[in-house]
Design a protein around this ligand. Sequence first.
Ligand SMILES: [Zn+2]
Length: 254
Amino acid sequence: MNKKETFDLLDFLNEVFKGNHDYAEEMHAKLKKHVEGQDPVTTTISCCDSRVKQEAMWKNEEIGAEFTRGTIGNTVLEYNHRGETTISGDIDYIPKHSETPTVAAVIGHTGCGAVTATYETLEAIQKHKDLQKTDINHTDLQKYNGETKGINTKIRLLLESGLKQDYNQIKGKSNKQEEIDKLVERNVDNQIKELINRTHYTDTEFIGLVFDLDGIYGGKEGQLYLTNYCGEKQLQKLKQEAANHKAIKAKRIS
Ligand SMILES: [Zn+2]
């Protein structure tokens, strides 16, 4: 580390502590009320993208309101010690330990880098061989996309949940950005499908949302859309479900 980097890091840390001082001043009395424990209603599963604030997007900054999982591509899966896929403990935790009804919300976002990387990886593979016949599990993704093992682990999880089939269905019908944003929506569906198929929680509902970063759904940047309601993804049915709740915006683009 050279001198300039050291200086920058300390400068950064100083800002961290200045900010934390103000935070503790403002929040310490509120936090005191929560020291006994937590019982949040919501578990959110959102991307790590710095523009997607999972604890702010519906004014949900309240302490103890949410259990948050941030992971690129908002996947609900992880690989366990045997190399098998499993629902993440981040998601099991609240449904298993709460005695009240809970909700798990999968939140995708338009312009997602993880979905874009998956799309581009499939494009690159397709240039060299027949994608339909390619066994992704036995394909060295790094050869096609140059990404790290860690990033390719995430890409594999998105493919495992069905994004290759979605890519095949969507490819060639609109421009690249629209195709990627459609895959974002499909990826949310895939995660809800995984939750429905693989979990046995007794009192937890699953909803799929898309945070529209680039306005492709036709509203403001930052608008949230309901795209999946407990596994239901037909737009007409989503609208019927939401008919008596005026604030809910149900919409789909895929
Ligand atoms: Zn993302």
